[in-house]
Design a protein around this ligand. Structure first.
Ligand code: SAH
Length: 216
């Protein structure tokens, strides 16, 4: 990016890069245009917020690559009536994108510090339909279930059973599946009247879904 590029130009290039990676859904592109990724990245990496790459955040975690956020959001087929669960709040960026498309977003994270930081950003951006909670998301969020959509932003060996159970009939879950350090696949699960349909979308690389709460 050229030095001194204005914010409008930065966002235009950001959206152009997403389109070139295959993101086509106008509602998703609008959400990506409205939510400033720069608000979710701190310190020395902030200036790279509009590049299509994952970046480090606190607690040794990462904010996902924007094109992956957009493609996962597209795959979720979110409608304005939907109640969505995200597992793995991280920076809060994915939840913020979802908040533009869904009725209500619940996001859970095992690092309490990340939850506090994400809440502060949601408040600053006036994103009032997101609830961020500290919890081990492998158990989902039973008290708010069932969900119309579930997105997991950490890789599990298999789609976690409690999450499958908390998906409403007709609902969609998008989850990276695979061993933590090898190739993972993004899987789209659809709950039908008789069971679950699985579709493999693309290779991805996410941090592992870990058990239990983190220390901080
Ligand atoms: N969606 C995030 C990126 C998440 S990185 C964003 O938009 O920035 C994955 C996150 O999942 C990490 O913050 C990690 O701490 C969290 N995580 C891993 N296992 C978890 C679990 N069992 N429950 C909740 N969060 C978990």
């Amino acid at each position: 990016m050229s030095a001194g590029a204005g914010q409008a130009e930065r966002i235009m290039r950001f959206i152009y890069a997403l389109r070139s990676k295959g993101v086509t859904d106008p509602a998703v592109l609008r959400a990506m245009e409205r939510i400033d990724r720069g608000a979710f990245v701190r310190g020395i990496f902030a200036e790279r917020a509009y590049e299509d790459m994952p970046l480090p955040i606190a607690c040794g975690q990462t904010i996902s690559q924007p094109s992956v956020v957009a493609l996962m959001t597209e795959a979720l087929e979110v409608t304005p009536r939907d109640k969505v669960l995200e597992v793995g709040t991280g920076s809060g960026y994915q939840a913020a994108i979802l908040s533009q498309l869904a009725r209500r977003v619940y996001t859970v994270e095992r690092h309490r510090r990340l939850v506090l930081e994400a809440r502060a950003v949601f408040e600053a951006l006036d994103l009032v339909n997101i609830t961020a909670l500290s919890a081990d998301g492998s158990f989902g969020l039973p008290e708010q279930a069932p969900f119309d959509r579930i997105v997991v932003t950490a890789a599990a060996e298999d789609p976690p059973g409690p999450l499958l159970a908390q998906l409403r009939e007709g609902g969609i879950m998008v989850v990276p599946v695979g061993q933590s350090d090898t190739v993972q696949s993004l899987i789209k699960v659809r709950r039908t009247a008789s069971g679950y349909d699985y579709e493999e979308l693309r290779p991805v690389r996410f941090v592992p879904l870990l058990e239990g709460m983190a220390q901080e």
